[in-house]
Structures are given as C-alpha cells and as structure tokens.
Design a protein around this ligand. Structure first.
Ligand code: GLN
Length: 486
C-alpha cells in the first residue's frame, strides 16, 4: 500500500497492531508524500527523515514486544517552538535560525515515550505572532486546499501538514487562536486545552498567561489520543495543573441528548462571511437533531473587548519573554559593533521580523511607567470581567458553540501589511484564550470550496465534554479525515 499517509493515527495503530503494516512502511509513505507535496505546501521548516526512520524502527520493536501504545509508530509534525533535543528549533525566527536545543520539552518527551515518530518541525509565524504563517522568517506555508491561500496561523505548518498528508497528526500551540484557526482554515480538528493542562517546559514562550500546546488531527479521536499523551502534571512548569486528566476515550462516541448548548449572539457580527454563517446554522441544526437544547439568546457582552485585552496582555508578556534574545546566550549574534550594547541592538534589529518588533514595542509601551495602569492593569480587569461572563454562562450551559473564524482561508499577501485586519481573524478564538478555557475547532462543511470550522468551548478542565460534543457532531456530519486534493 503506497498511500498509508491517508490513514488517521487510530486507523494506523490498528493496522500496526494487527501487523498488517510496519511503522517503517507507514513512515516511508509519509516521507514520500512530503517529498511530493512539500515544494507546493512548505509545511515544514526542518524535516528529519533519518531520525523518523530510526524512530519507526524502534516503534516496530515495541509492536513486536507488545509494548506499543496508541501513538507508537505514528508520524507526527511538531511545531517549531517545541524544543526537541538535537533537532533545530527556530520558533520561525532568524534569531534562532541555528539553535539546536540540548534538551527535550515535556510534550516531546511524552511523545517519544509513547513511541511516536517525528517527521519534522512545522512552520509557524515568528514566535507564534500571526494568523497566516506569513510572518515566518522561512517563508509562508500554503493552504493545501488552494496553494494561493494562507493556511491560517500561527500553527499553519502543523495544520497544513495534517491536511496535506505530510503527517498523521501534529502538535501546535495556541495563545489566542493559533491551533483552532489554522485547523479551521485547513479542514482539521484542533484543540486548545485548558490553561495549565499541558506543561510548557521546553516551549518557547510568547504570552505566558495564555500559551498552551495542543493537538491538530484529522479526526476527534486522534486529537483526544494526542491530548491524553501530552497532558498531565509536570513539576518543571509551575503553572501545570496537578489535576489528573480523565480517560478521554470515555467521552467519544457517546450521545449528547439533553446537553445544553449556548450560542452567544455577539459572535454573529458583520464581517462574518455568509458562507460561514450558513455552515454554522446548519451545524446548530445538527446539534439539535442530536437532542441538544440549543439556545441562541445567550449574551456575552464583553466579547468585543477580548481583542483589545489580548493585544495588550500578549504583547506585554512577549516584550518580557523576548528580552532574552540578545545575541549573547542563544542563536543569531551580530558582533560587529564597538560595544556590547551595539551588538545587542544590531542582533535584535536583524534577528527579529517586523511583526515581532511591533509586538515588543506595543508591550514595552503598555508596561511603561505612566501607561501601566491605563493599559496593562485595565486589560487585566477587563479580562476578569470576560472570565466572569463565561463562568456565569457555564452555570446554565454545558458548552458554548461559535464559529472558529469569521472567514475561510484568504489569499497570501491580502492582510500581511495590515496588522489590524490580521488581528481580526482571531475575534472568535481570543475570548476563550483570554479566559483560559478549553476549546476545539471541528470541520463543519465548506464555503466556496474551502473548509469552515465550528468552535466548541467548555468549562475549565472539561476537555472531555467538548470532545464528546465534537465526536457526536463529527459522527453525524461525516466531516472527518479531510485530505486536500493536492
Ligand atoms: N493570531 C494571534 C496573534 O497574532 C494569536 C496567535 C497565537 O495564538 N499564537 O497573536
């Protein structure tokens, strides 16, 4: 079989377990697919074919000895801000172009322990700042459904790799929408876990009160499996929650009769494409037909402020996190100047792209004496109001359902010179991020031939519930394992 790359992770696991295929065969099929389509898609910054085949051989031994688990031998793409010992990790930035980490992140350690196979490091907007993957210092990723379009971002490489068959499942990271929005634009499933669910040890930091790592896959079951693998307490991350992750398989394939679904009216704004609205309306009907009580009278009045809150808090935290890139400790270094200060200035001026510089300036401004109270402190207060509104809603509803993105994928170049237009891509994903809530995007049909995503938001640590609704919806809609016809 030459098209093993079409399998989902759980389908592959079944065949591996039954010894119908080997991980080496599966991995070779994915590597061949990468060789074929990567010139058109550019989902990866670095591919690691030798390492992948080595890991595949180890995985085959695990199957032989009966010690395999669901991700053993499964080819995975890893977003390039996830530290992988011995494999270059760039965060999409020139400043880390040659950074080869000496250690593994928590999530990569867990993947390796499970026996997963790494195909490569996925392209991304520099330091995860962006919604289109055009802000990568290594060039943009192209949407596999139409290569003239963006895949979304910042985890656009991960989502495109999944949709193009260049891996079976991927890891992304989400600060304000970077897993869910590219998943939506590429027809994949993407889950942003509750803040604190997944350890950030070894994750290159952007906005520390927002960042979470999560899965992007071709169906809900794969996403649940990957989340199960990476979640759990880790004492190396002080924000990692000690709460154990329940067995997520328990939530899949169960009925959702009687479940209360809130649909906030503030999400149905002008700027939302009619084709997106039509798909969401149909999805709500499907949920009703599955026995859910869908209530469209929910109001979350502070929704419109989430964007302003996010674009003060995230850049503020980024301005502090990115201070470490000074040409002294890591990566790119310009040493041509007469003094250390000149060298730091030149290193940062050359090493960072424009969007990153914009964020550092915004953040430094918002945190400076005299403006701190007016911007940063005010944003934190509004953040609490947004949390309170969600909490009040969750006293009434099991889940909140919204579109993931107001538009389908847009042309490369259309928004890259207009930061505000770019920021507006995340209006629907930012509120849950600001509140730290878990949320998932699942495919819900097509508009103009391009995928549309449905977002399901849950209570804190209620990943099980959003997976349950996503899994029931997926079964009813048949929208799974969508591979772009490249
Ligand atoms: N697009 C948003 C930003 O540019 C969110 C990015 C993210 O979630 N990492 O900041």
């Amino acid at each position: 079989m030459s098209d093993l790359w079409r399998l989902t992770a759980h389908e592959a696991h079944e065949k591996l377990r039954a010894k119908e295929i080997s991980s080496v065969e599966l991995t070779q099929s994915v590597l061949d697919r990468v060789a074929e389509v990567e010139p058109k898609v550019h989902a990866y910054i670095t591919t690691t074919p030798e390492l992948a085949l080595q890991q595949a051989r180890e995985a085959d031994q695990k199957y032989a000895s009966g010690t395999a688990t669901p991700l053993t031998g499964v080819p995975v793409a890893v977003k390039d801000l996830i530290v992988t010992g011995g494999t270059r990790t760039t965060a999409g930035s020139k400043i880390l172009e040659n950074f080869v980490p000496p250690y593994d992140s928590h999530v990569y350690q867990n993947l390796r322990r499970a026996g997963a196979v790494m195909v490569g490091k996925a392209n991304m907007d520099e330091f995860a700042m962006g919604s289109s993957t055009e802000h990568s210092a290594f060039g943009p990723t192209h949407n596999p459904w139409n290569t003239a379009l963006v895949p979304g971002g910042s985890s656009g490489g991960s989502a495109a790799a999944v949709a193009a068959g260049e891996c079976l499942i991927a890891l992304g990271s989400d600060t304000g929408g970077s897993i869910r929005q590219p998943a939506s634009l590429c027809g994949a499933v993407g889950l942003d876990p509750t803040y604190g669910r997944v350890s950030r040890f070894g994750i290159i930091a952007f906005g520390s009160s927002l960042d979470q790592v999560g899965p992007i896959g071709r169906d809900v079951e794969d996403v649940a499996t990957m989340l199960q693998c990476i979640a759990g307490h880790d004492e190396r991350d002080s924000t990692s929650n000690p709460e154990p992750m329940p067995d997520l398989r328990h939530y899949l394939g169960r009925d959702i009769r009687g479940m209360k679904v809130g649909v906030p009216r503030e999400y149905f704004i002008s700027g939302m494409e009619p084709g997106v609205k039509a798909r969401i309306d149909e999805a709500l009907k499907t949920l009703e037909s599955l026995g859910c009580e869908v209530d469209t009278s929910l109001s979350l009045p502070s929704t419109e402020h989430a964007l302003a809150v996010y674009y003060i808090i995230a850049p503020s935290e980024a301005s502090a996190n990115l201070a470490r890139y000074d040409g002294v400790k890591y990566g790119f270094s310009d040493r041509s100047g007469p003094t250390m200060w000149d060298n730091m200035e030149h290193t940062r001026a050359e090493g960072f792209g424009n969007e990153v510089k914009r964020r550092i300036m915004l953040g430094t401004y918002a945190l400076s004496a005299g403006y701190y109270d007016a911007f940063y402190l005010k944003a934190q207060k509004v953040r609490t109001v947004i949390n309170d509104e969600f909490n009040a809603a969750f006293a009434k509803y099991d889940v909140i359902v919204t579109p993931t993105s107001p538009t389908v994928a847009f042309p490369i170049g259309a928004k890259v010179d207009d930061p505000y237009a770019m920021y507006l891509n995340d209006v629907y994903t930012l509120p849950a991020s600001v509140a730290g809530l878990p949320s998932i995007s699942v495919p819900c049909g097509f508009s103009e031939g391009l995928p549309v995503g449905l977002q399901i938001i849950g209570k804190f640590f209620d990943e099980g519930r959003i997976l349950q609704v996503a899994s029931a919806y997926e079964a009813a809609s048949g929208q799974r394992n969508l591979l772009a016809g490249l």
